[in-house]
Design a protein around this ligand. Structure first.
Ligand SMILES: [Zn+2]
Length: 531
């Protein structure tokens, strides 16, 4: 048989399979277009893959779940009734889809203080005001950063100092200027301060690391800015799992430009007043459900994205979207439960925004099972983008990147608007999302997210504008297809090509690449290892 004949035979076989998929999944014209692309492609999708993809393309509940989570439960903020109710809603969904042991699972520890695990603290936003006193008076719109402490009644009055770079070297070189000042983070590089892996590799620090150094160098307070236009003050945690030491607020890019114009003419002074409440003793709930494998049920592929948002919005992009991508992949794969070699565990984590609380609580509560997790996929901000931004960020082992590339090439691109998801490999992992507690315990991890080609797609997270309308309906559906196909492959792989890394080696590598220094500045070095 020559090559063309064999392709024809393959296409004939696919055509029959697609007719079956179309019949079972109530195809319409658009979806038949998608399937015709499958026929034209040179992919190696098998029958099950096509049925899984078809189920999501035609019957997706992802958008409905997104609206239900955001409209029904608000911000789902850490340790609130809405968070618990949303967790129970999602657990009920997973049970209805057919997952086993699906439940809202409580965790009550950890906070982290002075090198010891403590009870979780609740944090509740109060009021915040930022008044420019010199050279002109102006009351600027601001909000407190999360986990920031209150000021005294009269507030903190100090001169304003503007950071010109976001690196440790810059902060160290200027620590005398930082002392006693209200420090404005003027490092405009990326919308919402989300550095690319390349920028992180260049030493640019993220919000909580800068806060850590400012506190260490004696700053009076921190004024964080939103990199995006739109007059939107941002929030974001200053400390992970504990309350900060110096006051901190977020202001819009436009307000920061106003301050910078004043600074270009001479000294600027301001008063920052913040009133928040916080107390020890909080309970929060993760969502967990299983599709047990038939050959090695104890081995797990674990996928999870956080479902909590910041209290100022419904957190649709960050990260109801990622949680709904997890739910949708679970729904499509549930029909094949029992047919995979190993088990798939679907999680939606609570309390990420206040310091990876849910995922860290999960790891500490399931310490005995960690050795069985063959791979952890984090879906924080997966599917938000309309077209081409789907991407897997891998940080070691290197074989994981090549392996995922192989799988993705096999599952291919079968939609006119798709590109095969990109694999980005970084020597340094971002330690500010839910893959982190797993990574530091030695589990191979990967972050599946959208890196939108259009900056408009990432303008809104951590602001009041992170609303349902910002999430692209097709984006979350496409992300769910990619995730479901990848999970099916991983769960069926005879031998996983990546192994756990001994914790000592992880710690050594973190010391070497400077991440340990970041974690020390953030007061969370080794906290996951102290149970
Ligand atoms: Zn997030």
């Amino acid at each position: 048989m020559n090559c063309d004949t064999s392709k024809d035979a393959l296409r004939g076989k696919r055509s029959t399979m697609i007719t079956e998929a179309a019949t079972s999944a109530r195809m319409n014209g658009d979806n038949l277009y998608v399937c015709s692309q499958v026929l034209k492609s040179e992919m190696t999708l098998d029958n099950r893959d096509i049925l899984i993809a078809g189920e999501i393309i035609v019957n997706s509940e992802a958008s409905r779940n997104l609206s239900a989570l955001c409209d029904g439960f608000g911000s789902r903020f850490f340790a609130t009734k809405e968070e618990k109710d949303a967790a129970e809603f999602m657990a009920a969904k997973l049970r209805r889809y057919g997952l086993q042991d699906a439940k809202a699972e409580p965790y009550a520890h950890f906070g982290w203080k002075d090198g010891k695990l403590i009870d979780l603290w609740s944090w509740k936003r109060g009021t915040a005001s930022l008044e420019l006193l010199k050279p002109v008076y102006r009351l600027l719109p601001c909000i407190s950063l999360a986990n920031a402490p209150s000021t005294s009644e009269e507030g903190t009055t100090a001169e304003v100092y503007c950071l010109e770079a976001g690196t440790r070297t810059y902060l160290l070189d200027n620590k005398d200027k930082i002392k006693g000042k209200l420090v404005l983070d003027g490092t405009y590089t990326r919308p919402n301060g989300h550095w690319t892996p390349a920028e992180i590799d260049k030493g640019n620090l993220y919000r909580p690391t800068i806060y850590g150094y400012l506190q260490e160098f004696g700053a009076s307070g921190f004024i964080y800015i939103n990199r995006s236009y739109g007059d939107l003050p941002p929030t974001g945690a200053v400390r992970f799992g504990l309350i900060g030491e110096i006051p901190a607020c977020g202001i819009s890019r436009e307000s920061s430009q106003f301050i910078l114009r004043q600074l270009s003419d001479g000294p600027v002074a301001a008063n920052l007043k913040i009133k928040n409440t916080y107390a020890p003793g909080a309970t929060s709930y993760n969502v967990v459900g299983d599709l047990p494998g038939h050959e090695r049920p104890e081995e797990l592929i674990l996928v999870g994205g956080h479902f909590d948002g910041h209290d100022i919005s419904v957190g649709a992009m960050d990260d109801a979207a990622g949680a709904c991508v997890v739910l949708e992949a679970a729904r499509a794969l549930a029909k094949y439960g029992g047919s995979f070699r190993r088990s798939i565990r679907f999680c939606c984590f609570a309390g990420e925004e206040l310091g990876l609380n849910g995922s860290t609580g999960y790891v500490l509560n399931h310490v005995d099972e960690i050795k069985n997790i063959k791979l952890m996929i984090n879906t924080d901000m997966a599917g938000i983008s309309a077209k081409t931004g789907h991407s897997f960020q891998v940080c070691g082992p290197q074989e994981l990147a090549s392996y995922l590339e192989k799988i993705l090439n096999e599952t291919g691109s079968f939609d006119r608007e798709w590109e095969i998801p990109k694999i980005t490999y970084s020597g340094r992992l971002r330690c500010h999302s839910d893959h982190w507690p797993f990574y530091v315990m030695g589990v191979p991890t990967v972050h599946f997210l959208d890196v939108p080609s259009d900056p408009i797609d990432e303008l809104y997270s951590h602001t009041t504008a992170d609303t349902v309308d910002k999430v692209n309906a097709k984006g979350i559906k496409d992300a769910a297809v990619i995730l479901a196909l990848v999970l099916a492959r991983l769960a069926d792989e005879e031998e996983m090509p990546v192994k756990h890394t001994p914790v000592d080696r992880i710690l050594e590598a973190l010391e070497k690449d400077g991440t340990a220094e970041i974690l020390r500045a953030e007061k969370r070095w080794r906290r996951e290892l102290s149970s």
